[in-house]
Design a protein around this ligand. Structure first.
Ligand SMILES: Cc1cc2nc3c(=O)[nH]c(=O)nc-3n(C[C@H](O)[C@H](O)[C@H](O)COP(=O)(O)OP(=O)(O)OC[C@H]3O[C@@H](n4cnc5c(N)ncnc54)[C@H](O)[C@@H]3O)c2cc1C
Length: 384
């Protein structure tokens, strides 16, 4: 029986309005099969919004490579900066190639990539260092990039970059890079106390915020599927003889998770009176619990739940803040959070300015309504 649910392709062609809002172009579907028409719309849209870095007929003779891991189809800010570094250093004869481990739903052209190779079977929580290294080395062998840019993010990308440096010892690697130019770089040494300058290494591991990811131009944003297939084959071969066996991930209750490891945090401030309701909501959403210092000082939460300058620094994908004003000390602790949602009575609160989505209203009312919705959606009785 045919499925009657109509799916909307999230990659349909779009236009950007003056406020930067995306408007999907109706009637176009933008998939590979639709080909030229959708591509024409896409290119036209890009041309309207920002210029292409390389003219369509430019023949490139050099390549810069950026490598990133995606998280649920998106590159985080740090990974975007690594791609931007390559794009900003590329001259008019240089192609910027992006290799992504994991799915990618972001627009490669906006990221600054001229060609994009996506290996959706890797990335995420899969531990496959040898397979990823084999794919990366196969790409380097194929393209001979002048430089490789990788975010030094302390997790998968940092590990891959260092493995690459060890495997290609002749290439030269620079880690903890905090300044970069076409010819040189600066990197921190001795736990950030010594700044060392040197020529631009072939493998560059960039610290966060070294480069502004907001580019004034677009890359070509082409995909390279045959290259992706070749890299997948190289990775698969390495995986089959790997000494590692990934046993998969283990699910644990969010409440047991360390706050600095949590991906979804619901956080309470002085505006939360009903702590029982708040905890029920956190349970129903399967989110970790955080709190402002005032809420902790009031005895509503234990000290290890405090987020901020004198508490934990968190990097959740989603941070839902109820009744938190957003004092600078608190904002310091959530600077690495990807999506911040704030509920506050005061539309001028700093937390509202920091948030990607704000709800001006009473925390207790919002929590009650949200809990009802979650229960209905899950059809599970959580129990207050
Ligand atoms: C040295 C130092 C270190 C600090 N370290 C930290 C730290 O690590 N972490 C930290 O959080 N703070 C820290 N602070 C304290 C910080 O300055 C703020 O005082 C604190 O973050 C404020 O907490 P709050 O936003 O919960 O409370 P408040 O400032 O009282 O704000 C409450 C907010 O809730 C809103 N509100 C009230 N009622 C409702 C309602 N019914 N519904 C919705 N919204 C409502 C209000 O509009 C307001 O915006 C530190 C301060 C100092 C001096």
């Amino acid at each position: 029986m045919q499925n009657s649910i109509r799916r909307v392709n999230p990659r349909r062609p779009f236009t950007l309005n003056a406020d930067g809002l995306k408007r999907i172009v109706l009637g176009q579907t933008g998939g590979d099969a639709e080909g030229s028409m959708a591509a024409a719309v896409h290119t036209q849209v890009h041309q309207l919004s920002k210029p292409l870095r390389l003219a369509a007929d430019t023949v490139t003779t050099r390549c810069l490579l950026a490598v990133a891991h995606s998280d649920r189809g998106a590159l985080d800010e740090h990974a975007r900066q690594a791609v931007a570094a390559a794009a900003l250093l590329a001259d008019g004869a240089t192609e910027v190639v992006l290799l992504v481990f994991g799915e990618l739903h972001d627009d490669a052209a906006t990221l600054g990539a001229d060609r994009c190779i996506v290996l959706p079977q890797y990335g995420g929580h899969l531990f496959a260092p040898e397979a990823e290294l084999a794919a990366l080395r196969a790409l380097i062998e194929e393209l001979q990039p002048a430089h490789v840019f990788i975010p030094d993010n302390g997790v998968a990308a940092s590990d891959l970059g260092r493995r690459l440096g060890a495997a290609e010892a002749d290439s030269g690697i620079a880690t903890h890079v905090v300044e970069i130019s076409g010819t040189g770089l600066a990197a921190y040494r001795q736990q950030g106390s010594l700044l060392a300058r040197r020529s631009l290494a072939r493998i560059v591991l960039l610290e966060v915020d070294t480069v502004d990811a907001r580019l004034p131009f677009l890359g070509r944003g082409q995909t390279a599927e045959s290259l992706a297939a070749a890299l997948a084959a190289a990775a698969g071969k390495a995986a089959s003889s790997s000494a590692f066996l990934d046993l998969g991930s283990k699910t644990m209750a969010a409440s047991q998770m360390e706050l600095d490891e949590a991906d979804f945090i619901v956080s309470a401030g002085n505006g939360v009176d009903d702590v029982v309701l708040f905890n029920s909501l956190a349970n129903a959403l399967d989110a970790a619990v955080g709190a402002s210092r005032v809420a902790v000082d009031d005895g509503k939460f234990k000290r290890d739940k405090q987020i901020g300058a004198t508490g934990k620094t968190v990097s959740a994908s989603a941070y839902l803040a109820f009744g938190i004003s957003g004092a600078v000390q608190h904002l310091q602790g959530i600077k690495d959070c990807r999506h911040v949602i704030a509920v506050n009575l005061d539309a001028s609160a700093p937390m509202i300015k920091r948030a990607d989505l704000s709800i001006i209203g009473d925390a207790q009312e919002l929590m009650t309504a949200l809990l009802d919705q979650v229960r209905q959606a899950r059809s599970v009785e959580v129990g207050l």
